[in-house]
Design a protein around this ligand. Structure first.
Ligand SMILES: [Zn+2]
Length: 208
């Protein structure tokens, strides 16, 4: 092997080792603020709407318009609060804000929220400031459905334990998933039954 190739391989390996735990850590840190929802007479108020939009770094009017459409209600944007007509459940609001984040905020490559939306003609492009990836908005859901074939709960996969997490669990990768496998040593090939899939993470039990 030429010395140059040798060097490249080492550099890649180093990067792979460094990247794994950092990505997980970063993923854990991002949290959507819990909406502060209050029923006022015949209306539903999100009192910290301004804070939510600010955390997501999105135009409040954009998020507001999305929620109106998704919740199928009317309302008004009043400064840093939003008032919906009728009673809207908190769980429903939380769920819709999550979908908004999936669609308009999170990078599909690194899963970080540090993104901007830029217009390219009539197409909205989500640009990631963390990893530099671009994607048109609305395609994340599709991408996720394809990814879902990579890992499914209840199925068993042959995986390579690439690293050990902070709590001592083995970490493996498949597609865009990082799989936690307790009780497995780094560098070993294991058979893992997936117990749970959550976002880009999965949790499995070693079966062989
Ligand atoms: Zn990214």
């Amino acid at each position: 092997m030429a010395p140059e190739e040798d060097f490249d391989y080492e550099a890649l390996l180093d990067r792979a080792k460094k990247d794994l735990p950092q990505t997980l850590e970063a993923h854990d840190r991002f949290q959507i603020p819990e909406p502060d929802v209050m029923i006022e007479g015949k209306t539903t108020v999100i009192r910290n709407f301004g804070v939510i939009a600010e955390t997501l770094r999105r135009d409040p009017a954009h998020l507001y318009g999305y929620l109106l459409r998704e919740l199928g209600t009317a309302g008004s944007l009043e400064g840093s609060r939003v008032v919906f007509k009728g009673k809207v459940g908190t769980a429903q609001i939380v769920d819709r804000i999550r979908s908004y984040v999936e669609e308009y905020v999170l990078c599909s490559e690194c899963d970080r929220p540090d993104t901007r939306i830029v217009k390219d003609g009539r197409i909205l492009i989500l640009t990631c400031e963390t990893c530099g990836a671009h994607r048109p908005v609305h395609v994340r859901k599709q991408a996720k459905q394809e990814e879902a074939k990579d890992i499914e709960a209840g199925k068993t996969y042959d995986l390579m334990i690439e690293d050990i997490g902070k709590k001592g669990d083995g970490l493996a990768r498949k597609g865009k998933y990082v799989i936690y496998v307790p009780g497995s040593a780094k560098g070993t090939q294991v058979k893992v039954r997936i117990d749970k899939v959550s976002g880009n993470m999965a949790f499995g039990t070693r079966v062989a």
